[in-house]
Write a protein that binds this ligand. Sequence first.
Ligand SMILES: Cc1cc2nc3c(=O)[nH]c(=O)nc-3n(C[C@H](O)[C@H](O)[C@H](O)COP(=O)(O)OP(=O)(O)OC[C@H]3O[C@@H](n4cnc5c(N)ncnc54)[C@H](O)[C@@H]3O)c2cc1C
Ligand SMILES: NC(=O)c1ccc[n+]([C@@H]2O[C@H](COP(=O)([O-])OP(=O)(O)OC[C@H]3O[C@@H](n4cnc5c(N)ncnc54)[C@H](O)[C@@H]3O)[C@@H](O)[C@H]2O)c1
Length: 485
Amino acid sequence: MSPQPEQYDVVVLGAGSTGENLADRARAAGLSTVVVESQLAGGECSYWACMPSKALLRPPSALAHAHALAGAKQAVSGSLDVAAVLARRDEFTSHWHDDSQVDWLRDSGIDLVRGHGRLAGERAVLVDGERLLTARHAVAVCTGSRPHLPDVPGLAEAHPWTSRDATSSARVPSRFAVVGGGVVAVEMATAWRSLGSEVTLLVRGPGLLPRMEPFAGELVAEALTEAGVDIRFDTEVTELHRSGPIVELHRSGPVTLALGGGDRLEADEVLYATGRAPRTDDIGLESVGLSPGSWLEVDDSCTVRGVAGGWLYAAGDVNHRALMTHQGKYQARIAGAAIGARARGEQLDTQRWGAHSASADTAGPPQVVFTEPEAASVGMTLRQAERAGLRVRAVDHDLGKVAGASLYADGYRGQARVLVDLDRGLLVGATFVGPSVAELLHSATVAVVGEVPVDRLWHAVPSYPTISEVWLRLLEGCRDATAAR
Ligand SMILES: Cc1cc2nc3c(=O)[nH]c(=O)nc-3n(C[C@H](O)[C@H](O)[C@H](O)COP(=O)(O)OP(=O)(O)OC[C@H]3O[C@@H](n4cnc5c(N)ncnc54)[C@H](O)[C@@H]3O)c2cc1C
Ligand SMILES: NC(=O)c1ccc[n+]([C@@H]2O[C@H](COP(=O)([O-])OP(=O)(O)OC[C@H]3O[C@@H](n4cnc5c(N)ncnc54)[C@H](O)[C@@H]3O)[C@@H](O)[C@H]2O)c1
C-alpha cells in the first residue's frame, strides 16, 4: 500500500548548513517547510568539517602567534595540551549530537523528518520507503558531498582516514601520511603536525593549493616544512598494504604505501584528501530523468537544469559551484528567495547580482585556508583573469613591510596581491597570505563584488597601525599600473 502523502509547500532533502538555511528562507517567505535528514542535522560542517577542523587549528595558531612576540613568548614555554585541544574540539561538535540544531529547526517552524529521502517523481520525496512528502512549490536537494577516493590497489583494505576521521579522531597517529595538496590536506597536515604526529604530505602535482595564486602554496609549503612536515611533490601512491587484522574500525598494524619511483613509506594512518564526490547516487534522481551519482547542474537561481517546471532546486556542495559552507548558505538564501518569489507568482530577477542570481559563485568566491600562515583569496587569480581575456596587472606587496604586520608578530612573513582590471579601473581578485589575514579578506570581497573603482578605494582609509594598511601600498601600485596602461 502506498503511504498517504503529507503535503508541504517546500521539501528540503538534507539538513546540512545549506539545507537548514534554505528551509529557513522558505519559512521566512511564509511557506510550510519540511527538511529530511538521514544523519545529523547540521551536516558535514558542524560535525566533520569546518567546526572541528578549525577547533583543532586555532590553539596551535594562538601558540605560534604568542611565540612570535618577544615578551610574550617567555610566558608560554610549555607545549600544546593535546587532550585539552581534542576536548575543546569535541565541545564544538556538541559531542556529535544534534539536539541544538533540532531545537533551532523546531523554533523556526520547520518540520524535521529523520530518514533517507529519495525523489519519487515530480514534487515528491519518499522517506525510507514509508513516508511520502509532497511539495506544492519546490523540492530542494541539499545532500552535499562525500570524500572522493581514487582507484588505487589496496586502498579500501588499508582503511584510510577520510576528512571525517581526520576531524574527529581521538587519537594522534605517530606517523601520519596525507595524500593530496588541496585545502583539506594542508589544513589537516598543519593540525596533526602541531598535535605531535610525524607528517608526510604526498602531493601528486608540483605545488600546494593549486586553485590559488602560486605564492600561497609556496608560503604554506615553506611553513609546513619549517614545522617539520616532509612534503614530497610529484609523488603518486601506487599501492597500499595494511598489515595485521582489522577489527571494524580498529586498525592494528601500520600501512605501507608504495610510491611511484620505487620508494616505500610506512605510516600508522593515511588520510586521503583527494577531493569530493556528490551525494546523489541513491536519492531517486532517475525518477525525474537525471543520472544518479552526478553533480546537479543548476542555473544561477539554483534551479536544476533539465527538469521541466522549475520546481527542483539544488544548493550547496551537491551542485559543485563552490564547495564551501558560506557559499552553500549564500545559494540557500538565493534559492529560498527564488522559491518564495515563484510561489507568489513573481518574475525572478536573475540578472548578474540580481536578487535571484548566485553571481558570487562565478565571480570567484572568497576562501580562507586556515593554515599557519593563513591563505585567503577572492575573485580571480592572475592566470584565471588572463585566461578570461581580461587586461589585468598584478600588484604585489610584502606584508611584512606594513607597520601593523610588524607590530603583530616579530619577523612577520606574508604577501598580498590584487589584480587591477586596466580597462575598468577596478579590482577583479585579491590574495593575502600571512598570520591572521583571514579577517582582511572581507574588505577585498566588498571591493571585488561591489566593483568599487580604485579611485574610490583611495577614500576607504585603513586604520593605523593595522595590517589593512597594506591596501594603501596596493592602491599605489594600482594607480601606477592604470596610469601606465
Ligand atoms: C575537512 C573539511 C573542512 C572544511 N572546512 C571548511 C571551512 O573552514 N569553511 C568552509 O566554508 N567550508 C569548509 N568545508 C566545506 C564545507 O564543509 C562544505 O562546503 C559544506 O559542509 C557543504 O554543506 P552542504 O549543506 O551542501 O552539505 P552537507 O553538510 O554535506 O549536508 C548534507 C546533508 O544531507 C544529508 N543527506 C544526504 N543524503 C540524504 C538523503 N538521501 N536523505 C536525507 N538526508 C541526506 C546528509 O546526512 C547531510 O547532513 C570543509 C570541508 C571539509 C571536508
Ligand atoms: N577552509 C576551507 O574553506 C575549506 C577547508 C577544507 C575543505 N574545503 C573544501 O572542501 C573541498 C574538498 O577539499 P579537498 O582538499 O578534499 O579537495 P581539493 O579539490 O581542494 O584538493 C584535492 C587535492 O587532491 C589531489 N588529488 C586528486 N586526486 C588525486 C589522486 N588520485 N592522487 C593524489 N592526489 C589527488 C588534487 O590534485 C588536489 O591537490 C574543497 O572544495 C574545499 O574548498 C574548504
